[in-house]
Ligand binder design. Structure first.
Ligand SMILES: [Zn+2]
Length: 227
């Protein structure tokens, strides 16, 4: 992949921003789709050759990915992909989500208004788009958008501590890395629709139920990754 082929007409600063963003997206997509296997070494020189860019944007991207829990930097050794989430941690994560997210969905439904609903519908609608031709990029984009959608619900629910707690787990990055499969994304879209319908109706009990079902199904879709 040659990132410098990206069309650009908009001046140096914009260009360097978009280059740095493209490098980040490319490495993120490789991590999410397991092209860079969990736990494996990441060599800056290899990425320099593969992406045909200098070390600077690659180091920037790796630093950002480290902050997101996807990359680990070890003294004197360098970068590696974070190890795959363990089964026990996975179970704990879904227990935590099931405790917090259905209740938050009910609170969000109670606090819903036109603007908030429109913002959620936009966030959910982004996930249905299939404009990326690269399947890896599409999958990794979905993971990020699902994280934003769920975070938006937590924001509307209004408890910042719950929102921060869930954000710090980088849940979506870890769970989506378990399995690279379109089923993981397609089935989630229908479940999000059910959630949006409950929000649109201001139905707190319905939103709570829809979120619980979504999380339970999401967990069950990913469980085969441990077999
Ligand atoms: Zn979701």
């Amino acid at each position: 992949m040659n990132l410098t082929d990206a069309p650009d007409t908009s001046g140096f600063i914009q260009r360097s921003n978009s280059l740095s963003g493209s490098v980040y997206d490319a490495i993120f997509a490789q991590l999410m789709s397991l092209k860079i296997a969990p736990g494996s070494r990441i060599t800056v020189d290899n990425l320099v050759r593969e992406l045909n860019v200098s070390q600077t944007p690659i180091r920037e991207a790796l630093g950002r990915l480290e902050g997101e829990g996807l990359v680990v930097k070890t003294h004197l050794i360098g970068y590696s992909a974070a190890p795959q989430i363990a089964r026990r941690r996975f179970d704990e994560l879904y227990q935590l989500r099931l405790l917090l997210e259905p209740d938050s969905a009910a609170r969000a439904a109670a606090a819903m208004d036109k603007e908030k609903l429109a913002a959620l519908q936009t966030a959910a609608g982004m996930m249905g788009r299939r404009e990326d031709t690269d399947e890896r990029l599409r999958y990794s984009t979905f993971a990020r958008q699902d994280a934003l959608f769920h975070d938006k619900i937590m924001e509307i629910a209004g408890n910042e501590l719950i929102r921060e707690t869930l954000n710090h787990q980088h849940t979506h990055f870890h769970i989506f890395r378990l399995m690279f499969h379109s089923r993981v994304t397609e089935e989630a879209l229908d479940e999000h629709e059910a959630l949006l319908a409950a929000f649109a109706a201001g139905d707190a009990a319905g939103a709570e139920r829809a979120m619980r079902i979504h999380l339970e199904r999401s967990r069950d879709r990913l469980l085969p990754a441990f077999e």
